[in-house]
Design a binder for this molecule. Structure first.
Ligand code: GDP
Ligand code: MN
Length: 376
């Protein structure tokens, strides 16, 4: 999950990195008040979770509170790369002498973190990296060792940053570790006319696996761009949207993954991954089924459950309950095996829905679901 700039700014401040005084609002009238509090002149910045706001017109300098209100009015509601601006941050402007780029990012391939730094910050770092790669230093960071003053000094030297940035580099690493981030980036890290090093923009990506201990950010920012994924997440269901036409529901990530493979082996493409988990209740089954059925590209649905902790009759009850509320318009193939399988099958037999059929093996179920999805 990506944080907004103002949230990143807050974290930086808490860890002793110098940031401009700033406040956030969604109202132009309030923007005027804030500008007055901040001394009149302010930078007005769109709060969207995407970069390149400057180039898109989402960053404006206002000379006085009245101008701040107008600028806020212009930026609020703007569309920046598909993100609608709902709030702006007003910050005290600083006189920039030099702009640097610094970040720490997880390098999964190398199994370590990477410090990326450049004395040519401010603009598009990707562009600098592409045209003048020698201007961008990349220094591996051992996650166990972290960034000590000595490491930070090496990073600064490799990138040609002034010695005053060493302290910021150490603190920025602390942000990454303490806040469970996978990425922390400051661009620009500015040297101001009075010689101070100030973080003027921040990007922080938190590790979603650590959400449970970073409760202050809530879950509203979680990165579900697909509306079906968002709906599933809201119900606490493990769902990933895929490109195919066979809706898949199973229990246990391993079983669901192999169900995807078997369906693909039968010449159809899975429409999703959905794991109702071990010990799934009828309610979870019902919720999962309604998510899969609301996907318009789904042509058939395959429910593949091996009952261990999960009892197959509870799964069958869930299917029946779901079909009482969601009108089934697509064929549903169900394979129940394991704990209480016979009872589960009996529940579905008794329900006798014309679009529900049962299969006894995973292979047979996959073949049937694939055929139903691919024959017009
Ligand atoms: P981004 O375009 O989304 O990366 O947004 P930034 O927050 O990095 O702002 C873009 C540019 O606006 C920066 O590179 C700076 O050159 C400029 N900028 C931001 N804050 C200030 C400020 O306080 N004073 C001055 N002079 N320029 C600023
Ligand atoms: Mn920036």
């Amino acid at each position: 999950m990506d944080l907004y700039e103002h949230q990143a700014r807050e974290l930086f401040e808490e860890h002793g990195i110098v940031v401009p005084r700033a406040e956030v609002t969604d109202s132009p009238r309030q923007a005027r008040e804030i500008a007055r509090r901040l001394g009149g002149r302010v930078v007005v910045k769109a709060q969207v979770r995407t970069g390149g706001r400057g180039k898109a017109g989402g960053v404006g300098l206002a000379a006085d509170p009245a101008a701040a209100e107008l600028t806020a009015r212009r930026i609020l509601g703007m569309d920046i790369k598909g993100h609608t601006v709902g709030t702006v941050m007003l910050a005290q402007p600083v006189d920039i002498e030099e702009e640097f780029y610094v970040s720490y990012v997880l390098d999964r391939a190398a199994g370590c973190f990477l410090a990326i730094a450049s004395a040519e910050g401010g603009m598009d770092i990707e562009e600098v990296a592409a045209t003048r790669p020698e201007a961008v230093a990349r220094v591996p960071v051992d996650p166990a060792e972290g960034v000590t003053s000595a490491t930070a000094a090496r990073i600064a030297e490799a990138a040609g940053l002034p010695p005053q940035t060493v302290d910021v580099l150490v603190r920025l690493w602390e942000v990454l570790v303490r806040e469970d981030a996978l990425l922390v980036e400051v661009n620009p890290l500015a040297r101001t006319r009075d010689g101070r090093i100030t973080a003027l923009d921040g990007k922080v990506t938190l590790d979603d696996n650590a959400t449970f201990r970073q409760a202050r950010w809530g879950t509203e920012h979680s990165t579900h761009h697909d509306p079906l994924e968002a709906a599933a997440a809201a119900k606490g269901i493990d769902y990933v949207k895929l490109d195919g036409e066979v809706g898949i529901i199973g229990n246990g990530a391993g079983l669901v993954m192999s169900t995807l493979d078997v369906v693909a082996g039968r010449g159809a493409r899975p429409a999703n991954f959905l794991d109702i988990g071990g010990g799934a209740s009828a309610q979870v089954m019902a919720d999962g089924l309604s998510v899969v059925l609301s996907d318009p590209s789904v042509k058939s649905v395959l429910v593949n459950v091996f009952g261990g902790i999960t009892a197959c009759d509870a799964v069958a009850d869930g299917i029946v309950r779901a079909l009482d509320t969601v009108r089934l318009t697509k064929p549903l193939v169900v394979r129940l095996d394991g704990n209480n399988a016979a009872r589960g099958r009996a529940v579905l037999d008794a329900y006798a829905h014309p679009l529900v059929e049962q299969a006894t093996t995973m292979d047979g179920a996959a073949e049937r679901a694939a055929r139903l999805a691919t024959t017009p």
